[in-house]
Design a protein around this ligand. Sequence first.
Ligand code: ADP
Length: 504
Amino acid sequence: MTAPTEPSPPSERRSSPWRIPWAAEANAPEAFAASIAAAILALSIHERLAPLIGDSSTFLLLVPSVLIGSALGGCWPGLVVTAFGAAMPFVLGWRGPEPNVLVETALFALLGVGISFVGDRLLRANAAARAFNEMSLQREAHLQSILDTVPDAMIVIDAKGIIQSFSATAARLFQRTADEVIGRNVSCLMPEPYHHAHDGYITRYLQTGEKRIIGLGRVVVGERRDGSTFPMELSVGEVRVGSSHYFTGFVRDLTERQATQTRLQELQSELVHISRLTAMGELASALAHELNQPLSAIANYLRGAERLLEAPVPDVERLRDPVAKATAQALRAGDVIRRLREFVATGENERHDESLSKLIEESLALALVGVRSNDVRIQTVRGFPGDTVFADKVQIQQVLLNLIRNAVEAMAGAPKRELTISTRAGEHGEAVVRVADTGPGIGPALAERLFEPFMTTKKTGMGVGLSICRTIIDAHGGRIWVEETPGGGATFAFSIPPGAEDDA
Ligand code: ADP
């Protein structure tokens, strides 16, 4: 796993395609030697070809040696070989001091000086480029060493979402190698619906400048190579280089965070369990007290009615009174329960316009802390236009948390473990949220009593989760129900009112 992200040894990294293998330095002795050798070769070629081409191309044949000298060693080798080339035809006695020869020689000397200066400039530019290249490679090696050691996973993408760099921790976290993901769209690291929506997020940010995650940090869901998902904390920074945009994401795995956090969570939920039991004990005795009266009255009236029915010819008129009174008492008992539920629901009710997708995203991330998330494949499908609901955030998160945890628990031994959370608009514009699992599902007998308090099939269950969910959803003016997941499993659905924007 680590091999592709390990930095390559420095010797390998420094070899650059731009480097001339030898002598590309100002005044290198090799440059003098090579250019003089080239000039001698040109002169000997000229001597052999002289019967064919005459004296006119002596200087033409010498031009390449000036080029070689200035390209390899800059100005001085070029000038020296120019002087050598200009003098040699006279030294060898090929030419005399005739005016045309002198003009030809002067022209060659001028050309040689020009070539030498241009070669010198090119050589210096080449040296500067090499130094710059060397510096870039050093910086890259430095950056790579940071990428390899930074404890958070780090991913750099461009404005099109294409991954530019992928740290060793990121490779471990997402179970993918850097070679595999660099050059691909970053959406390959997220489950649906983010997988398809991510390009849109970047485009929207670039167009509107509205920051939803940059500089803020959020809890989101990531996807490993095998399709399993996990909660992660994501912070994003932005870099502008000229007209290009780059985004750097720092990812912290919340499942890996610390075993202590999971333990803490467990302790906390045990505490909640105990305090719920106490609260329920109190609630139960209050209920028993309140309901005792109407229930015993109902029993008495019905017993009287029974006695009347025992007569050979029952007096229907006299029966009417105890039955009516029993009905009234039953309604009173119902009233007591309704008042109690209203009391529970309105306890700390703080409703505002909330983003439904954010509510789901956060609940999902919270529900997955401490759960072996690679056991379950999670999908969210966004279909509620406008996305805003009018809700008490904490209470709706409690509902989602209950439903998600129930679904994950129900799928523990199932061969297929897929959790889908979807939203859509209901008939009257309300938001409908569905939490669908592929567990064993719910039998028709159980389905009827599911939302009643103390209804549980679990050894350690209390059977209050769903009844609390119903109380919360009722208080929001919505409805909660259960359906069968197509293909097997249970789907819990609830509706809540849309936010002010969507209502309009
Ligand atoms: P608890 O989880 O404490 O049992 P709940 O009110 O949350 O209490 O759930 C009541 C019962 O409903 C559970 O014991 C279980 O039998 C059933 N149930 C809830 N959710 C599911 C589900 N997704 N699949 C199958 N059964 C479920």
